[in-house]
Design a protein around this ligand. Structure first.
Ligand code: AMP
Length: 176
């Protein structure tokens, strides 16, 4: 992917200091979503890394992971599976607890989301400390799936999330 195209996407990410708590520089993707060209390039960049590989399901993490995960699943001809915050899913769900850059949280996934041996790509907008993505991976493993890749639009390299997820494959469109 040419640097100029990725720079264009980067130019549509808005930095919001001290949100949601003091000291956090929030990466606001809404200007990118509002710009069809930037959204298209970001999706292309994610899809190019996985297209042609065996991916049975894309797990998207609530909420912003749904935006990219759903679109990516459609491009890869894969299922889309939502990993949601507690109490949102209507059916029986597996649950894991984890810590994020600025909070403690839990994630749930319907118990019948994946078949045993399913190849799964886990997608979210931002990789920060990696706790959220790792929790999603635990849900995948609980159901006998395996994570072929983690894919993010934005990686906050200075928070070391990649180290938490490796040796699994970690792909990110924009690194900070
Ligand atoms: P973590 O578990 O620390 O990797 O945090 C990742 C999750 O929190 C993702 O779902 C992100 O959407 C959100 N997140 C964490 N830090 C930021 C940030 N600086 N800007 C935007 N979203 C963030």
């Amino acid at each position: 992917m040419p640097t100029a195209r990725l720079d264009y996407v980067k130019s549509k990410i808005r930095d919001v200091p001290d949100f949601p708590t003091p000291g956090i520089m929030f990466k606001d993707i809404t200007p990118m979503l509002a710009d069809p060209r930037a959204f298209h390039i970001a999706l292309d960049s994610l899809a190019e890394r996985l297209i042609g590989e065996h991916v049975d399901a894309v797990v998207g993490i609530e909420a912003r992971g749904f935006i990219f995960g759903g679109a990516l699943a459609a491009r890869l001809n894969a299922s889309f599976v939502p990993a949601r915050k507690p109490g949102k899913l209507p059916w029986k769900a597996d649950r894991v607890a984890y810590a994020t850059e600025y909070s403690k949280a839990e994630l749930e996934m319907h118990v019948d989301s994946l078949r045993k041996g399913a190849a799964v790509a886990i997608v979210d907008d931002v990789l920060a400390t990696g706790g959220t993505a790792k929790a999603a991976a635990e849900l995948v493993m609980k159901q006998g799936g395996h994570v072929t890749a983690f894919a993010f639009v934005i990686e906050l390299g200075f928070l070391g999330g990649r180290k938490l997820l490796e040796p699994a494959r970690v792909e990110s469109v924009l690194a900070y």
